[in-house]
Design a protein around this ligand. Structure first.
Ligand code: FE2
Length: 201
């Protein structure tokens, strides 16, 4: 295995008030780290241990896929958010990402509504994703179940929102919509999305 758990890129309390410190600590230290530990056990002594995390996601199914994808998805989730909720989001209003958003969704607010809808309506566990679809030359939004992610369809992930209950239950109980709204309007890292788009096109 030539990959390991990436560090949490900010303090446990950095995403408050939308995501509390206890949620971030439990989510990272127990859930995210737990997926990595299970993956290490599953790969021990196996030829698949030589593959990269992305190769495992594309090539494997069953428990190896589940845990590899959850390690990758959580790394991506932490890096889809950025501290500073008090600044109120700073959504893209100009530049390449904003132009693609307008071309694909009509407006930035239109994208936010679609993302919110995908996250709120996803049945059970999973993630809402914003991704670039190279063949169609457009941005897409989708709610994907469990550990599925856009790498499986050769798309380029730009942002994700974890809507497994462990992402919000300590803070919001069953009110997923409150968590989703806070993330979309205050915590998404649009600059990271712009960098990922620039690398993809
Ligand atoms: Fe999670």
């Amino acid at each position: 295995m030539d990959f390991k758990l990436k560090p949490l890129p900010y303090a446990y309390d950095a995403l408050e008030p939308h995501i509390g410190a206890e949620t971030v600590e439990t989510h990272y230290e127990k859930h995210h780290r737990g997926y990595m530990e299970k993956l290490e056990k599953l790969l021990s002594g196996q030829p698949a241990a030589e593959r990269s995390l992305e190769q495992l996601i594309r090539e494997q199914s069953g428990p190896i896929f589940d845990n590899a994808a959850q390690v990758w998805n959580h790394d991506f989730y932490w890096r889809s958010l950025r501290p500073g909720a008090e600044r109120g989001g700073q959504k893209p209003r100009r530049g390449p990402l904003a132009e693609r958003i307008v071309a694909s969704f009509g407006s930035v607010d239109g994208l936010c509504r679609q993302l919110e809808d995908a996250a709120d309506k996803l049945f059970g566990s999973g993630y809402a994703w914003l991704f670039w679809r190279p063949g169609a030359e457009r941005l897409e939004v989708a709610g994907l179940p469990d550990a599925d992610n856009p790498l499986l369809t050769a798309d380029v992930p730009l942002l994700c929102i974890d809507v497994w209950e462990h992402a919000y239950y300590l803070d919001r109980r069953n009110r997923r919509d409150e968590y989703v709204s806070g993330v979309i309007h205050d915590l998404l890292d649009w600059e990271a999305a712009e960098r990922r788009l620039r690398d993809a096109v």
